[in-house]
Design a protein around this ligand. Structure first.
Ligand SMILES: O=P(O)(O)OC[C@H]1O[C@H](OP(=O)(O)OP(=O)(O)O)[C@H](O)[C@@H]1O
Ligand SMILES: O=c1cc[nH]c(=O)[nH]1
Ligand SMILES: [Mg+2]
Length: 211
């Protein structure tokens, strides 16, 4: 059961990544550039969604066309994952959105769950998890477990802006079947389990420190 990591190497992703890493970037610009990264990563992550052939009437004639033959489920991990929701809904207006709220304990780094609002069954639905930061992998592993309990088909797609090698390794060791799309694999986690070089706290930089 592999974890496959797709590093999305695109000049516009790289340019926005510079913006969100920069500690001088104000919150509004941070949100804008995070969303831009989301759009480009989600486009890459949905390249293989299934379609069916249909005909469409143009003003001139009938043309062969395609339509999405599945209804994806988007799962942002609160809070930081909210930063990718608008981008994902713009690209997939038919998608449903389920919510998982997880906050890391600042001392143990273990995930503390406070929201679980998912469709009862995810069987047959492509599931795309949205969370800008994959650090220890604890929050994602907790979320994946909830999704598997509801029958999410493998592989589950994950979209993040930054991933730490430690988190990727942990998810692989846990045996999950994941396709992770990320703008960067950073160097390491520091002793506070923050990604280095990273961008700081993605939730705080979008929403302030009230979370
Ligand atoms: O891989 P992990 O070690 O679990 O860390 C990653 C998690 O940490 C951040 O959330 P945080 O707990 O800061 O909550 P927030 O989004 O509300 O700020 C981030 O958005 C991830 O969900
Ligand atoms: O570097 C990190 C690690 C976890 N969560 C964040 O927001 N940033
Ligand atoms: Mg946070």
């Amino acid at each position: 059961m592999p974890v496959e990591v797709h590093l999305v190497d695109h000049p516009l992703v790289a340019d926005s990544l510079r913006r969100i890493r920069d500690k001088e970037t104000p919150d509004a610009l941070f949100r804008l550039n995070l969303e831009r990264i989301g759009t480009l990563l989600i486009a890459a992550a949905t390249e293989n969604l299934p379609t069916e052939d249909v005909d469409v009437e143009t003003p001139l004639t009938t043309a062969p066309a395609k339509r999405l033959s599945v209804q994806p489920v988007l799962v942002p991990i609160l809070r930081a994952g909210l930063g990718f929701v608008h981008a994902a809904q713009e690209l997939m207006p038919v998608a449903d959105v389920g919510f998982v709220g997880v906050a890391r304990n600042e001392e143990t780094f273990e995930p503390h769950a406070y929201v679980n609002k998912l469709p009862d069954s995810l069987a047959g639905r492509p599931v795309i998890v949205l969370d800008p930061m994959l650090a220890t992998g604890g929050s994602l592993a907790y979320t994946i477990q909830l999704l598997l309990e509801r029958g999410a088909p493998a592989p589950i797609t994950v979209v993040c802006a930054l991933a730490a090698p430690e988190g990727i390794q942990r998810l692989a060791d846990d045996g999950y079947d994941l396709e992770i799309f990320t703008a960067a694999i950073d160097d390491h986690l520091n002793d506070q389990a923050f990604i280095v070089p990273g961008l700081g706290d993605a939730g705080d930089r979008q929403f302030g420190t009230g979370g």
